[in-house]
Ligand binder design. Structure first.
Ligand SMILES: C[S@@+](CC[C@H](N)C(=O)[O-])C[C@H]1O[C@@H](n2cnc3c(N)ncnc32)[C@H](O)[C@@H]1O
Length: 130
């Protein structure tokens, strides 16, 4: 998809299935037009899940093993350059290994001004260098 060619990205319970969520948000940022919107529904956790779950295929297919702690998830959205990031709880998937797993709805916007876009690029590239 061409750079800055999309108005809105909608995603329901897909990004938790991707190992490199930072790459997903960076790609979303690249294809969105300035002021473009990201509207996501996804699964997150209230804290780190046991490492063993990362290797549990059924855990992945039930949208649990790939779920990140909420703040880590939102930080990745911000690191990609998005602004006006909001999140609100939508559902509960119960407690897995004493860790609450739940649904959130995340909204974010690609900056409009060139200055903010340049800043976003700088922060994205500095993050990429880490
Ligand atoms: C839980 S389902 C959600 C499907 C749909 N979004 C919905 O709301 O019903 C997860 C979907 O993500 C797709 N998926 C998993 N990994 C993906 C990836 N890396 N890129 C694109 N789609 C992926 C799967 O094929 C599956 O259709």
């Amino acid at each position: 998809m061409a750079d800055a060619s999309v108005d809105v990205i909608l995603s329901n319970c897909v990004i938790n299935l991707c190992e490199d969520k930072g790459a997903v948000f960076a790609e979303a940022f690249r294809v969105l037009k300035p002021a473009g919107r990201l509207e996501i529904s996804d699964m997150v956790t209230a804290g780190p899940l046991p490492l063993a779950l990362r290797y549990d295929e059924s855990g992945w297919s039930s949208c649990i093993s790939g779920a990140l702690p909420e703040q880590e998830y939102l930080d990745l959205v911000a690191e990609a350059g998005f602004e006006e990031i909001t999140s609100r709880r939508s559902s509960s998937a119960g407690v897995i290994h004493n860790v609450p797993v739940y649904g959130i709805i995340v909204s974010a916007r690609k900056p409009t001004t060139q200055r903010s876009l340049r800043t976003a690029d700088l922060s994205a590239s500095s993050t990429a260098e880490l």
